[in-house]
Design a protein around this ligand. Structure first.
Ligand code: FPP
Length: 264
């Protein structure tokens, strides 16, 4: 049950997690956390299971991480569920993932609503079925009034594609005389992205050992701190998640400025 951590019935494990997070000074906490949920296939293969079993197990992990974000009061969580390149996977795996997204929305929407989660999908619409798009829009509309966690699901998403779509939008406005080219600054550009109105990514987590960004949130992650783990996504735990936040809080972020140890 969500919010259990803060209420009666919280286990020692849950209380320990909250206590650990509470020790992180408020001004050091990440506002926006992004996760590349990698390693579902490897997890399944390691257990002699078919790859799709890994994706199904990955849904359980996502559920527990979303729950912990709600309980800790994280502002924005973005997860990479399906990239514009993932269409190259075998059709049965793509179809399985699409039906898993649909099943996930159906099962989780009530709990998200009860916990004031606001949902936004990042990415392109073409290629997704009409029925799934209706469900996605319906879920966004139903949760639009949520004033808690902002939860973004990147589905049919690519960072370069998002930037190109924003460029086209701004270029069309400029060509129509609605926007002066000089007015296209970082704020105007950010406002044309799928994450409009949201803070940039502070902490980028990638599971399963690969050390790359894979076309995820290229603009938004400009000054993100990276945290990598060998753990496959289905085995990723709330403990590891909070450990990443604790590690993040100990980093010195300079945003291109001087290293305080070297500066005057
Ligand atoms: C990467 O693992 C994972 C994906 C491409 C899909 C992520 C989807 C989920 C975690 C399912 C839950 C999501 C939602 C929104 C319900 P991989 O298959 O590339 O693993 P591998 O690198 O080991 O092959």
């Amino acid at each position: 049950m969500w919010k259990k951590i803060l209420g009666i019935g919280a286990s020692k494990r849950e209380k320990d997690l909250v206590a650990l997070y509470d020790r992180v000074p408020k001004e050091k906490r990440p506002r926006h956390i992004a996760i590349i949920m990698d390693g579902n296939g490897r997890w399944a293969e390691g257990k002699g299971l078919i790859r799709t079993a890994g994706h199904r197990a990955g849904v359980h992990t996502l559920r527990s991480i979303l729950q912990v974000c709600v309980d800790l009061g994280i502002e924005v969580l973005t997860v990479y569920a399906f990239s514009t390149e993932n269409w190259k996977r075998p059709r049965p795996e793509v179809d399985f993932l699409m039906s898993l997204f649909s099943e996930y929305l159906e099962k989780e929407i009530q709990e998200m609503e009860d916990n004031h989660v606001r949902l936004r999908f990042l990415g392109r619409e073409d290629g997704m079925s009409e029925a799934l798009l209706r469900q996605m829009h319906g879920a966004e509309d139903r949760l639009a009034a949520g004033d808690g966690l902002q939860f973004n699901i990147a589905a049919n998403y690519g960072g370069q594609d998002e930037i190109l779509r924003a460029v086209r939008t701004l270029a069309a406005r400029a060509a129509a005389g609605d926007l002066a080219p000089d007015a296209i600054d970082a704020a105007a550009f950010s406002a044309a992205l799928d994450t409009a109105g949201q803070p940039p990514v502070d902490l980028m987590i990638r599971t399963s050992g690969d050390l790359r960004l894979s076309n995820f949130l290229l603009w938004q992650a400009a000054y993100a701190e990276f945290w990598f783990t060998e753990t496959n996504w289905p085995d990723f735990t709330p403990e590891e998640f909070v450990q990443a936040i604790v590690d993040f809080a100990q980093r010195k972020r300079r945003f291109g400025g001087l290293n305080p140890r070297k500066g005057k």
